[in-house]
Design a binder for this molecule. Structure first.
Ligand code: BES
Ligand code: MN
Ligand code: ZN
Length: 502
């Protein structure tokens, strides 16, 4: 991870490979920031050399500074129309600048923040939040997954540090808080992305559990891992039947962070941990099946968020629950038509072995009851139907409580890991009726994301509950400004933003 820090310094004395300055695109602010730049650089810069800088979001221009500057370059980075600038624009601009520096093989950059407290750009957001967004953008933008490359060039990450520059003491305090938060959150997102990107050959329930234990214990959490024997004794039939076809035995991972008062009820996070989803006997087509190494992205989000929450010492009690299985076809696998029993005794007709996520989540939702939770949020790459409905830019949300739904919407908008509610109307329930068991694990052609949600709802006790279907947002087909093709690590930033307010 890149080293993120804050410093109180005069612009000319900052020692870095490049300074970063943000330039707005609308005429008035664009002109006035260029005028300030000319004042700063003096005669050394001809006014025409910055004439072409439009300030459009995504644009970068590299200038070389006169000798009186300790930094040799300035990366002018477009931030878009000043009226529209918000934390997301800022996060993206932070990423664009860092990626430009990375491309030039620079090892350090320094962001100049003056623009955020003069009249060119007046935002309602605190300098702490602005700093957090810039630093997050920088760290997430240059993320790489180098583990399986042999070539040093492909493995290397030249950009080692990003410093946010304060120009007053009071500023420094705020910026420091923002940068520190960004560093912790980014570490959580890196962990989630790394887990998602790791192939099923190396990441299976046992290794997922070992990584969760190492990473979360390091941060101060308590971690307990149930093996197959223990899972059997608890009668977690969803987990047992899904893992039956695999050579890899399942695990049930429990991560605890007790940052709140002893008497305070915990918030429970549940993450789907299918380390590879072939579909089982209802086998998937081979095109893009490799993406199903990321079918543990819900688990990855929970592990990343638990680690980050502990590192931030959030004053809440948190429980992370992860059912981890591999879904494989074999002579031992469950078949379509089989009837199994979830931990609470509910019988389920498994009409399609590819609808496995809901089976293992059902056991976890039943297990969650013993914590008498204040709220339970589950995250799962649960349905292709959710990707059809919302694509890659919104997570599907269903739940049973208006307050928690609204709180997650708000956290989604702030973190820009946006969520969109789908209805759990009563009428949908009949779609998962079974002729021979209490419930069926699939609902037919229509409303696939909702019937999956309804299935989960049957195992929810009288606690507040939200289900997040991250099938479209966890697995990306192309890169964005601060996301890369592959595992996005979605959920970590959303959960932390939500938990900061509960
Ligand atoms: N892991 C998949 C859902 C998925 C699909 C996630 C595409 C990410 C991208 C899940 O286990 C699954 O296979 N769901 C089935 C359910 C169906 C059989 C009712 C699906 O969506 O096709
Ligand atoms: Mn499946
Ligand atoms: Zn799956």
């Amino acid at each position: 991870m890149i080293n993120l820090k804050a410093e109180l310094k005069d612009v000319s004395s900052i020692k870095s490979d490049a300074l970063v300055m943000f330039i707005p695109s609308d005429d008035k602010s664009n002109k006035s920031s260029k005028r300030k730049l000319e004042n700063l650089l003096g005669k050394s810069i001809s006014p025409t050399s910055i004439k072409d800088v439009t300030g459009k979001a995504g644009e970068t221009t590299v200038l070389y500074t006169p000798d009186i500057f300790a930094s040799k370059r300035i990366i002018l980075t477009g931030i878009g129309e000043s009226e529209k600038v918000n934390l997301e624009y800022i996060r993206r601009a932070g990423a664009v600048a860092a990626k430009k520096a990375q491309g030039l093989k620079l090892s350090s950059i320094a962001y100049i923040l003056d623009i955020f407290d003069n009249s060119d750009l007046k935002l309602d957001d605190s300098l702490e939040d602005i700093s957090c967004a810039i630093a997050e953008g920088a760290a997430l933008g240059i993320y790489k997954f180098p583990t399986y490359f042999s070539d040093e060039e492909q493995k290397s990450n030249p950009l080692q540090s990003a410093t946010l520059i304060a120009h007053t003491k009071k500023n420094l305090k705020e910026i420091e808080r923002g940068v520190k938060r960004a560093a912790i959150i980014s570490e959580g997102v890196y962990l989630a992305r790394d887990l998602g990107n790791t192939p099923g050959l190396d990441l299976y329930p046992e290794t997922l559990a070992a990584i969760a234990r190492n990473e979360c214990r390091k941060a101060g959490c308590k971690v307990t891992i149930f093996d197959e024997k223990k899972i059997e004794s608890l009668r977690m039939g969803g987990i047992l039947s899904v893992s039956k076809g695999s050579e890899q035995s399942p695990r049930f991972i429990i991560i605890e962070w007790n940052g709140g008062k002893r008497t305070e009820k915990p918030h429970v996070l549940v993450g789907k941990g299918i380390t590879f989803d072939t579909g089982g006997i209802s086998i998937k087509p081979s095109a893009n099946m490799g993406e199903m190494k990321m079918d543990m992205s819900g688990a990855a989000a929970v592990i990343g968020a638990m680690k980050a929450a502990a590192m931030m010492k959030l004053r809440v009690n948190l429980i992370g629950l992860i059912p981890a299985c591999e879904n494989m076809p074999s002579g031992k696998a469950i078949r379509p038509g089989d009837v199994i029993r979830i931990m609470d005794g509910t019988s389920v007709e498994v009409d399609n072995t590819d609808a496995e996520g809901r089976l293992i989540l059902a056991d976890a939702l039943v297990y969650a009851k013993r914590y008498k939770p204040k709220a339970v949020v589950d995250l799962a790459t649960l349905t292709g139907a959710c990707v059809v409905a919302l694509g890659h830019y919104a997570t599907g949300m269903m739940g049973n409580d208006e307050n928690i739904i609204e709180a997650l919407k708000a956290a989604g908008n702030r973190s820009y890991e946006r969520v969109w509610e789908l209805p759990l109307y009563d009428e949908y329930e009949k779609l998962i009726k079974s002729d021979i068991a209490d419930v069926k694990n699939v609902g037919g052609r229509w409303a696939g994301a909702i019937t999956a949600g309804w299935f989960l709802k049957k195992f929810v006790d009288n606690y507040q509950w939200v289900h997040l279907d991250i099938a479209g947002t966890a697995i990306l087909e192309e890169s964005g400004d601060y996301t890369q093709k592959g595992a996005s690590g979605v959920g970590v930033r959303l959960l932390i933003e939500w938990l900061r307010t509960v």
